[in-house]
Ligand binder design. Sequence first.
Ligand SMILES: Nc1ncnc2c1ncn2[C@@H]1O[C@H](COP(=O)(O)OP(=O)(O)OP(=O)(O)O)[C@@H](O)[C@H]1O
Ligand SMILES: Cc1ncc(C[n+]2csc(CCO)c2C)c(N)n1
Length: 262
Amino acid sequence: MSQSTCWDIDFLKSFSQRVLIILNQPFSFQLLELLWNNSRWRYCADGGANRLYDLLRDKNKIDSDSEELLNLYKPDLIKGDLDSIRDDVKDFYSSKGVSVLKDEDQDSTDLMKCVNEVKQMEKKEGREYEIVILGGLTGRLDQTIHTLSYLHKLRKERSRVFAATDDNIGWVLETGEHIIHIDHSLLGQTCGLLPIGIDETVLTTRGLKWNLTNHPSSFDGLVSTSNHLIPEEDSVYIKTTKPIWWTVELRDLKEREYQTAK
Ligand SMILES: Nc1ncnc2c1ncn2[C@@H]1O[C@H](COP(=O)(O)OP(=O)(O)OP(=O)(O)O)[C@@H](O)[C@H]1O
Ligand SMILES: Cc1ncc(C[n+]2csc(CCO)c2C)c(N)n1
């Protein structure tokens, strides 16, 4: 009998042995704060360090003149070919003792270079970390497709790699059955099942507004986009005969803060 894989979006809710990799794409302080505090290690992929620095510097300017926030949210590592990180950012973090590692290889992206660092650390420590990528689902199309392809390939060697932006979270569901717990206070209503990197999968779903039963899905055929979660359901069931990308909309975290404060 096959066993279903259960998923919870713990990376938005609780601390675990996970590595956050910050890419060179915009993100809110609210999302950064959540992911940062729930991760054991924080890496910046090259220009991801500019994003972190600028966001914290701007927020600091509003709240105070000190470098308090920059010191509080100091990454453990900056890695890449270093063609994007600005000199002032590199100098600032180097002066604070952050390792800034250059890898000039032009056949691997800065995201891959950061994941390779995770793999090296895991080898030394003899344990596996979960990985959360901040960014990667928006912006330049070639980079976005790279994220989709890279996570599709990574699933063969590790089970828990997620991508998160202010609009979406997503990850690859391996062949088999999945139960995804839904926290409606964090997630919006829209979701998608995207047959990327496969010829065709056969899908059965429960807990969505538009469900499928043993229905083929392919890039050339049906793609379930703009599907909806059901407010009364706290889980979604998905059976897939091939790996498939699952994406779900994230609620506006600023709005959520406002609601929980009321
Ligand atoms: N415009 C973009 N849209 C989407 N993702 C991006 C974009 N720019 C960078 N990224 C992501 O952030 C990572 C770090 O970006 P970096 O600042 O080094 O830009 P890059 O030099 O264009 O990236 P790479 O060297 O990896 O091709 C990239 O590996 C990629 O995953
Ligand atoms: C067939 C092929 N296409 C594109 C690149 C370019 N490229 C891919 S990753 C990377 C590093 C970016 O920091 C660069 C320049 C290549 N090497 N091989």
